[in-house]
Design a protein around this ligand. Structure first.
Ligand code: ATP
Ligand code: MG
Length: 311
């Protein structure tokens, strides 16, 4: 089973409005709610592919109960550890032009709650083929929380995929995850400089030098670049897809986790990741994929071989 860890899930609330006008009152005709957080998006994509998945993480309060109910309705199996603090909300105000987002920080997690989570996680590892660690850390957790979970997984022989940002990403990379998936902004912050254009395996490979076994960097429409000590490849979407790019990276992570479990060779794995990410753009909400788009694009993804990471 592929285990997805979501330490800072969210109740994603969408308010559709005719036109967003700052400093005025809006009448919201309909409220849409979804289980949110990157790990839950990855879990839903894997479930849609028929892949056995187990979602774990922290949930609390009435928003936590709501996230659990919404997740149960999707059919994704889950085992969450309760927190006294309430799970956060994210609010997206969407008008026909664009979306304006408000993202709450999440509850303060106590050392006892974090310790309970680690105990449950150690249990779950016994059945895990791959662990995906995705999204932000809630307040109160140590910055090396993902590093700790990566080391616990490795001690049990379970490979990991890490997708986060900022200090959590930097600390996590040092624990040598099997795959790390930064986007352009996350890579820039890791390297303290923007990567060259078009991005090369040399720039991406510097993150291999920091500890990650393989780095799959995503560059929106420019596709993916993977750097490993053994070699590097680039994969480009065969055509731009119109739609909602939020969550494309989460679908990419789902494909990487599935390929890691199956032992798929890099060129095929990248082609799958590019096609599935594009299929996420074609689906209206994050955490969903349009399977016909995936099938249509999968054979047409262009793969080129690049040099290995210089390390
Ligand atoms: N418009 C698009 N058409 C086709 N493929 C796309 C498009 N936008 C993104 N992709 C694919 O999705 C992958 C991931 O996108 P991106 O680099 O934006 O991830 P991200 O910033 O991590 O996204 P998020 O965190 O919101 O899920 C890209 O590498 C690319 O292959
Ligand atoms: Mg991302």
């Amino acid at each position: 089973v592929i285990v997805t860890v979501t330490l800072n899930p969210a109740l994603d609330v969408t308010y559709p409005v005719d036109a967003l006008v700052a400093h005025t009152t809006h009448r919201v005709r309909e409220v849409r709610e979804r289980p949110g957080g990157k790990g839950l998006n990855v879990a839903r994509v894997l479930h849609a592919l028929g892949e056995p998945v187990l979602a774990t993480g922290l949930l609390g309060g009435v928003t936590g109960e709501r996230v659990r109910a919404l997740l149960d309705a999707t059919g994704v199996p889950s085992r969450f550890v309760p927190t006294a603090g309430q799970t956060r909300r994210t609010i997206a105000v969407v008008d026909p032009r664009d979306s304006t987002n408000f993202s709450e920080p999440g509850p303060a997690v106590s050392p006892a709650e974090w310790s309970r989570f680690r105990a449950g996680y150690a249990d779950i590892l016994g059945a895990a083929d791959v662990v995906v660690l995705a999204g932000s850390l809630p307040p109160g957790l140590p910055l090396d929380a993902y590093a700790t979970l990566i080391r616990l997984a490795r001690a049990r022989g379970v490979p990991t995929v890490l997708d986060t940002s900022g200090a959590a990403l930097r600390e996590g990379v040092h624990a040598a995850p099997d795959i790390v998936k930064p986007n352009q902004a996350e890579l820039t912050s890791l390297l303290h400089a923007p990567p060259d254009q078009p991005p090369s395996t040399a720039a991406v490979g510097r993150v291999v030098g920091m500890g990650a076994r393989a780095v799959v960097a995503s560059f929106g429409l420019l596709g993916l670049v993977v750097a490993t000590a053994a070699g590097g490849w680039r994969a480009v979407p065969p055509e731009p897809v119109a739609g909602n790019p939020t969550g494309a990276g989460d679908a990419c992570v789902a494909a990487l986790a599935r390929g890691l479990r199956a032992g798929t060779p890099w060129p095929d794995l990248l082609a799958e990741a590019v096609a599935l990410s594009a299929a996420a753009v074609a689906a209206p909400v994050a955490g969903a994929v349009d399977l016909p788009t995936y099938q249509r694009l999968r054979p047409r993804v262009l793969i080129t071989e690049e040099g290995p990471a210089p390390c």
